[in-house]
Structure formats: structure tokens, C-alpha cells
Design a protein around this ligand. Structure first.
Ligand code: PEP
Ligand code: MN
Length: 337
């Protein structure tokens, strides 16, 4: 349920309303728009409180939140959320480029790729230290050693770090090094992991599971938001369809559809969607045109010899070319790189 307060309502009236909501055991979500202050009443059957607020002198109107996700919805939070990561911002008027290898392989290789993506304008370095691999015999990542290399790359280049956390026991160590914690597609509905990520104070990017609806993705975000962590980013990384020319199918319409429903930033992953490097540039440009808030793309100084996802990893020249072409497209839809 959303309470829209009377125009020019005082701070003390807002505090009184919030206290009143909490006294019934519900959570509140404050939002200030151009002309209105709204308070979201969050909890099961919040609408039952309606009668206690209908005659309240500070309340102008009451609307029920019709969607199962509350804190993720635009109804509760009409303006776009902008996530701050030190001096970097994600969302709003910004188009953020995250780039780097699929996995952190060794120190020298990571630093080489980090310098490369920085040179061409990336804001974040990506790279998995804990890897969710389809085969238990494939390279599983360097663990904390890999996180240390990421932190060193940040120190040298100024790039922020995004890296995956696969399970609850890894949260502490990943949060120690990372600027954004990534929840992989295979963990999108690991509700216990999401709940724990709601308790940390670092941004979390949730990748859409390969067979998840957008509703399910938003409910995954709701787990983190309802735990108290408001810094959530959504990522479309391709879904399973009957199409065979790509590894997954990039659901480009997920961008406007998510933006219609939610205030959370949306990032596109063209690499896992395509699965083949030749298709990655087009999907990057399409991401910018769709109004996405950025891309996360797999880049390597020697793509053919990458330890994981080599087939979809692009080289320096391709990345540089994408960065040139993507700028005017992002700008055409009102975003700056
Ligand atoms: C990755 O980003 O390297 C990754 C494993 O992605 P996803 O979870 O989308 O498969
Ligand atoms: Mn990968």
C-alpha cells in the first residue's frame, strides 16, 4: 500500500506517519518525487491498514501495490534508482561499461586485460574468482587469490570491481574485495543467499536465470531489498529458447519491460547471451539503444586462450571499436558513458 501525503507536509508529520505504520509491524519506504512525498507500507496484507490512514490529516490518497514485488516496483519508488560505487554511478543518466575476463586466471593476465579495458573507457573490471562451471572438471577459479588480484588491478587502474559470490560462506571474503557482488544466473533463486546479501552494505547485481520470468527476477531483487540493502542492479544475460545460433537468446525487450515495472538499473550481458564473439558487438550496441544502464562484457588480451568462455570473449580491437560506436548511441537515448 502507498500513502501519498498532503502537499507541504512537515517533517514531523512524516515521522509521525512512519512511526504509526511501524507500530502495526510493517516496514516503510520513503520516497520524495518532484511534488509528492509517498510512504510505501511494506509487509503482507498491508492493505488491511488502509482504514487506519483514510482519515489521517497528513494523507492525501491511498493506493494498493498491485504487484507481488513492492520495494522493486516503480509504484513505491517512481524515480530511477542510482547506485553509487565510490566515484562511479550506475543508473539514471549514466551508461556503465563493465569489462574483463570471464575468470581471473593469474596476476599478469588480469593486469594486462585490466589496463586494456581501462584504456578504452570501461568503468568496472569484471572477473570471476569463484566460478559456477557446468563441468566439475573445468577451471573453478582462484578463490581469494583471484580476489586479491582484482583488488590490485583496482589500485593500479582505478577501475571498480565486480565479481561473483556463489554461496553464503563466500559473502564475507567477496565483500572484502569487491565493489559490486554478482549473483550468477544459476543462483538467482538461491533465496538464502539473496536474504544474506540483503544484510550487506555493498551493491548486488542479480543476473536473470536462464529460464526465469521477469517477475521472478524482480522477486529475487525483492529478497535483497527487503533485507535492507537498497543497492540492487538487475542483469539480463540471455534466456533459453529454441534459437540455435546463439548460446542463449538476449531478451532485449527485458530492458523496457523492467524499466516500466522497476526503478532498478538494468545491465545487459551480451557475452553469455551470444556465446560467440562475432555477435557480441551488435548486442552491445543494441543494449545501449534499448535504454539499458550499461553492459558487462567478457574481454581478454588473448581471448582464444581464455580459461573459460573463450568462444564468446572479445579482444582489445573489438572492445575499442565497440566503445567508439556505443557512445553516440547511448547519448541518443540520454545517457553518458
Ligand atoms: C559470468 O558472468 O561469468 C557468469 C557465469 O554468468 P552467468 O551467471 O550469467 O552464467
Ligand atoms: Mn563467463
Amino acid at each position: 500500500m502507498i500513502l501519498t501525503l498532503k502537499r507541504n507536509v512537515s517533517k514531523s508529520e512524516i515521522t509521525r506517519i512512519e512511526k504509526k505504520i511501524k507500530s502495526y509491524g510493517f516496514k516503510t519506504h520513503y520516497s520524495k518525487g518532484a511534488s509528492d512525498v509517498t510512504i510505501g507500507v511494506i509487509g503482507e496484507n498491508a492493505i488491511l491498514l488502509k482504514e487506519f490512514f483514510e482519515a489521517d490529516p497528513a494523507v492525501r490518497s491511498i493506493v494498493q501495490i498491485s504487484k507481488p514485488y513492492k520495494l522493486a516496483s516503480r509504484q513505491v519508488h517512481p524515480g530511477d534508482s542510482v547506485i553509487s560505487c565510490g566515484n562511479k554511478k550506475i543508473g539514471g543518466g549514466k551508461f556503465t561499461v563493465m569489462a574483463g575476463p570471464c575468470s581471473v586466471e593469474n596476476r599478469a593476465s588480469l593486469l594486462k586485460t585490466a589496463r586494456m579495458v581501462k584504456k578504452h573507457g570501461a568503468a568496472f573490471l569484471r572477473g570471476g574468482a569463484f566460478k559456477p562451471r557446468t563441468s566439475p572438471y573445468s577451471f573453478q577459479g582462484l578463490g581469494e587469490e583471484g580476489l586479491k588480484y582484482l583488488a590490485e588491478a583496482r589500485k593500479i587502474t582505478g577501475l571498480k570491481i565486480i565479481t561473483e559470490v556463489m554461496e553464503i560462506s563466500q559473502i564475507e571474503v567477496v565483500a572484502k574485495y569487491a565493489d559490486i557482488l554478482q549473483v550468477g544466473a544459476r543462483n538467482m533463486q538461491n533465496f538464502n543467499l539473496l536474504r544474506e546479501l540483503g544484510k550487506i552494505n555493498k551493491p548486488v547485481m542479480i543476473k536473470r536465470a536462464m529460464s526465469a520470468t521477469l517477475n521472478e527476477l524482480l522477486m529475487a531483487a525483492e529478497y535483497v531489498l527487503s533485507g535492507g540493502n537498497q543497492n540492487v542492479i538487475l542483469c539480463e544475460r540471455g534466456i533459453r529458447t529454441f534459437a540455435q545460433s546463439t548460446r542463449f537468446t538476449l531478451d532485449i525487450s527485458a530492458v523496457p519491460a523492467l524499466k516500466k515495472e522497476s526503478h532498478l538499473p538494468v545491465i545487459i550481458d551480451p557475452s553469455h547471451s551470444a556465446g560467440v564473439r562475432e555477435l557480441v558487438p551488435s548486442l552491445c550496441l543494441a543494449a545501449a539503444a534499448s535504454g539499458a544502464d550499461g553492459i558487462i562484457v567478457e574481454v581478454h588480451h588473448d581471448p582464444k586462450n581464455a580459461f573459460s568462455d573463450a568462444a564468446q570473449t572479445i579482444d582489445e580491437k573489438t572492445f575499442a571499436d565497440i566503445m567508439q560506436k556505443i557512445k553516440p548511441i547511448a547519448e541518443a537515448v540520454g545517457k553518458k558513458i
